[in-house]
Design a protein. Sequence first.
Length: 218
Amino acid sequence: MSGLLEAVDQALPQTQCTRCGYPDCRSYAQAITHNMAAINQCPPGGAEGVARLAQITERPVQALNPANGQEGPRMLAVIDEDWCIGCTLCIKACPVDCIVGTNKRMHVVIAEHCTGCELCLPVCPVDCIALVKVSDNRTGWDAWDRQLAANARDRYDFRQFRTQRDSHEHDERMLAKAQHKHDHIEAASKLTAPADLERKRDVIAQALARARAKRNDA
């Protein structure tokens, strides 16, 4: 099963666009492998992508499901510098970390890493992102290639690692801060009555216990 999963995953373009109905290409590959999804739900892969999946899974070739979108040329997201307000929402939405910028500063798309997933479009509050065609009239895998797919997969995997690491580090900082407050409740609180301080300490202790239990279950 793992060999089939890897083969199916390798046959997907790794745009991570979610148009297949799954959160990423790997999840779609898993659904196909477990016969929970059809092989015709990936518009970026197009007709050739369906044919590749049909050969791998030994299923009949099907037309691309229009409910998932249409096959089209490779697209590139471009940010209008005059309208960008630096909200960072597109940065958070990009599955391959190809948008750079900081809060209240103009953002820029790194063209060679953009997969044209379109996930940055709906989150932009000022509609300053447009898609431009970069593959002429070539569509599907004719507009994409295995190296682009491999690069996109690597960038997506690193983003997943980075966000999990950042979340873990944030949780650890919050735990340390709460532990310090618990251990130095007299200095950290405006309360002065011993009974009130003890109740406050108990509340923090319970919160710490819940946070540690959640961390251990993760």
